[in-house]
Design a protein around this ligand. Structure first.
Ligand SMILES: [Zn+2]
Length: 854
């Protein structure tokens, strides 16, 4: 074993230090002899020195491996074990490297490399897990073909590519497409398949399978349809076809991520593929459809064209998130998808971008790459592509993408390569645009207006606050989509994209009959914070009249925030005009139910805290909670007479179908039910709970009851009904904490960590409990500090089991500088306690240090 010494000074890696590997890897052959505690891996790898290599050091990554033997061209050699791998003296001509190592999949609770989950073998190699399987140049720019033989007594044994042979106790696979090691996958276990097939547009038949544990066969049909839709969509929209005879998906219970796009053998967290009406909510169905699409789309944007190094992660992730968002918009509702994405961006990425963990979409240094699978790399990475598309136009976007696939197929690329295809395809200089990839932080765009003699002027000023390591920032290119409305509601100027390139810039609109009402940043055309002094009556006007659905919602959302902020700061009563506007909208059956549900969903309490912080106030989580409660109670009373009718009108009759229309109606119905429950003592919710034949309605009823502290009976019944279903149980765990009052949140979560079904080894279950704790804003930030303490204790306990999940969950503390000095002192003490833990992982060490040093 050559484990890195615990608490060794962590090494920092820099983008500027990139050097290509000195050898070509011509081919890789791997033989696995599976055994839970002693799997043997034999590798036979042909290396050829590169004639022009600047560095001939022969270094192979390897961690937690027992090296049994090493040979070069059949002759035993002595390799030098060094920190993080081995070195060896090698010939200056092509040679065959062979090594035999032993690994312990059953003891691998970090879930990186080859591990066991409920008796089944599976792998997770991105980003650097392959080095825990065998010695190898484990870097994305080293691409090779893989041939794999698996020996063992598992009924099903799968790897990447196409099957080439199988017999009693063995199976062989060959992947003809050169790939980096992070896309390697192996699965072996007692699995059953849900089969399907797809014929590509050029007439090639592809066999499709979703592999699951026996008993889960009934939860695969939706995923299979989503896969076929994704394959068709990528052909229709991007002209991209699938390239193997087989596409396998496997569902795994213990998994750190959502899913992984290994070539031909996608491995999914079971929560991201298994679905049935009885066990999954509408939100689960939509997420599963999107994740299946995302992983499938990676076959081109990620696998055929991969990243040169991990600093370029957003090259594949930003683009693939952008593509899956396009897919969901096409399958469902474009405006609803956009609004959902902006809500997520603000909830996950903005806090990151405006706190101690801020980093650019392409970071320039890291200690542990697993810590950079972030909302900035993924979601902001996708926003950057959305801006690029808006700036060059749709036709040029697809022209550039075509060139990208022609020019870079089979290569490991950089952001520079990506931007170059756009420059070559469009003739546009993107050097200033590139700042989006290198600068961290969310730009503030301040807007002022002027109107005189029929000419309307908008003046924009952009600035970005300092972020760690980046005190000053140059102006970026910001596309701002603007439309103008007349004071009586009609549109006088349709959407135009203004290009901000300077720190301060004005745009004029002439020939107007009267001063218009501007609709700025339509479709949320750039991930910025817009600052503009305006009135609540103008917001109400836009909520009623804007022709851009995103900005209609945005006006309502801004209004909701203003009302909340006034309630928190001045103890004001909920604004009557706003309540009237909401009532009018909710009762307007002409409006899309999904849109009405979104307008009825209040801004999150964390969002209010961030808004207060930005305006120079110290947020008080309890006051924010109280304001939210008062507001919802007042809204329920305001709507009292219409709620029963609205509830009846939005109830979806007939068999459950997880489509966008039904989901929108059920979302609105769920909002109405939660309001109604505040008034009727839970009668309607109890009836709905008793009669629900699908999880969406059952869960909505349970949530409404628990929030009103009326759900004890139903919660017990829910447990009895679903205790054997791990995914449904995750909901049960999370819901109790989400619905707890601030003073009981930590105690509720603590009690659940003592529950026999709680487990540190299952990331989904850990996240269900600790994620819900961190997500209950007033409970987590309760003045007692009990929430902070409980999370820290559990992170310390998890770190030795699963560093990756621990480090990611540390981000729950990232907003700590928003709060008062008592809370800051409590959080600081917890962060220091985590950092002082002996043997703390590199992952967690880096995250906590970054949060403390800012
Ligand atoms: Zn991805």
């Amino acid at each position: 074993m050559n484990d890195a010494a615990p608490n060794a000074a962590p090494q920092t890696f820099y983008l500027k230090d990139y050097k290509p590997f000195g050898y070509e890897v011509e081919s890789v052959k791997l033989t696995f002899q599976l055994s839970p505690n002693a799997t043997k891996v034999h590798s036979a790898i042909r290396f050829t020195p590169k004639a022009d290599a600047e560095d001939n050091r022969f270094f192979l990554h390897g961690e937690q491996l027992s090296l049994i033997s090493a040979k070069i061209d059949g002759t035993p050699v002595t390799a030098r074990l060094v920190d993080g791998g081995l070195e060896c003296d090698v010939p200056r001509t092509s040679f065959l490297w062979e090594a035999e190592v032993e690994i312990d999949p059953a003891a691998n609770t970090a879930l990186e490399g080859l591990y066991m989950s409920n008796g089944m073998y599976c792998t997770q190699c991105e980003a650097e897990g392959f080095r825990k399987i065998t010695y190898y140049p484990d870097r994305p720019d080293v691409m090779s073909t893989f041939t794999v033989r698996i020996e063992g007594d598992e009924p099903v044994m799968l790897s990447n590519g196409n099957p080439t042979g199988a017999g009693e106790g063995w199976a062989e696979w060959h992947d003809p497409w050169p790939k980096p090691a992070y896309l390697f996958a192996l699965v072996a276990g007692d699995l059953v398949n849900h089969p399907g097939s797809f014929t590509t547009k050029s007439g090639k038949d592809v066999e499709l399978n979703i592999w699951v544990r026996p008993g889960d066969e009934g939860k695969c049909a939706f995923g299979m349809e989503a896969l076929k839709k994704s394959m068709k969509w990528d052909e229709d929209v991007y002209g991209l076809e699938y390239d193997l005879d087989l596409f396998n998906i496997v569902a795994v219970d213990d998994f750190n991520m959502g899913a992984m796009e290994n070539k031909g053998l996608n491995i999914f967290n079971s929560s991201c593929v298994l679905a049935s009406p009885e066990t999954s909510t509408d939100a689960n169905f939509e997420r599963i459809e999107a994740i299946i699409a995302h992983e499938y789309f990676h076959n081109w944007t990620g696998n055929r064209i991969t990243c040169r190094d991990w600093f370029q992660l957003c090259l594949k992730e930003g683009l693939t998130v952008f593509r899956d968002a396009q897919f969901t918009a096409d399958m469902r509702s474009e405006p609803v998808k956009r609004i959902d994405d902006v809500i997520t961006l603000r909830a996950r990425q903005f806090p990151e971008d405006n706190g101690p963990l801020a980093h650019p979409p392409r970071p320039e240094e890291f200690q542990e790459i697993n810590n950079f699978y972030t909302a900035t790399v993924y979601e902001k990475g996708a926003e950057v592509i959305g801006m690029l598309k808006r700036l060059v136009g749709d036709d040029n976007y697809y022209k550039a993408l075509k060139l990208y696939f022609e020019r870079h197929d089979g290569q490991a690329c950089t952001i520079e390569d990506w931007l170059k295809v756009f420059e070559d395809a469009t003739g546009r200089d993107l050097s200033q645009f590139k700042l989006w990839y290198s600068q961290a932080g969310t730009p503030r765009v301040k807007v002022t207006e002027d109107y005189a003699d029929g000419t309307y002027t908008l003046t924009f000023e952009q600035s970005t606050p300092p972020t760690p390591g980046q005190p000053d920032k140059a102006p970026r290119v910001i596309p701002v989509a603007v439309g103008l409305l007349s004071p009586n509601g009609g549109e006088v100027r349709g959407t135009e994209v203004l290009e901000l390139t300077e720190a301060k810039q004005s745009f004029t609109f002439g020939g107007l009959a009267s001063k218009p009402v501007p609709s700025i940043l339509r479709e949320f055309s750039a991930p910025v914070i817009l600052e503009r002094e305006t009135t609540n009556s103008e917001r109400a006007f836009l909520l009623a009249h804007d022709t851009d659905p995103f900005n209609r919602w945005e006006a309502g959302n801004a209004l909701a925030k203003e009302v909340r902020v006034a309630m928190v700061l001045d103890g004001a009563a909920p604004d009557a005009a706003y309540l009237d506007a909401l009532e009018k909208l909710v009762r307007d059956d002409e409006q899309d139910p999904a849109f009405r549900a979104l307008v009825l969903s209040p801004p999150s309490q964390s969002d209010i805290a961030q808004t207060l912080h930005e305006r120079g106030h110290t947020p008080d989580p309890q006051k924010i909670y109280d304001a939210a409660e008062t507001f919802t109670q007042t809204l329920a009373q305001q709507l009292e007479t219409s709620l029963p009718r609205l509830y009846a009108a939005t109830t979806v009759e007939g068999p459950y179908v997880p489509d966008a229309d039904g989901a929108g109606k059920r979302a609105l119905n769920g909002r109405i039910l939660s309001l109604l429950t505040r008034l009727d003592g839970g009668e309607q919710a109890a009836r709905q709970y008793a009669s629900a034949d699908n999880m969406t309605q059952q869960y909505a009823a349970l949530a409404a009851l628990m929030k009103a502290e009326k759900g004890e009976t139903q919660s017990k019944a829910f447990f009895e009904q679903w205790q054997d279903d791990r995914l449904v149980m995750d909901k049960w765990f999370a819901l109790q904490i989400a619905c707890a009052a601030p003073e009981t949140t930590a105690a509720t979560a603590k009690e659940l960590t003592q529950h026999p079904l709680f487990s540190m080894k299952n990331p989904n279950r850990f996240r269900a409990v600790m994620g819900a704790l961190a997500g209950n804003h007033a409970g987590f930030h309760h003045a007692s500090g009990a929430g902070y303490q409980l999370l820290a204790e559990n992170l310390i306990a998890l770190d030795s089991v699963n560093p990756q999940t621990t480090a990611r969950m540390c981000a729950a503390f990232q907003t700590w500088k928003r709060y008062d000095s008592e809370r800051q002192a409590q959080i600081q003490a917890e962060l220091e306690r985590i950092l002082a833990t002996s043997g703390l992982s590199r992952d967690t060490h880096e995250m906590v240090s970054r949060m403390l040093s800012a």
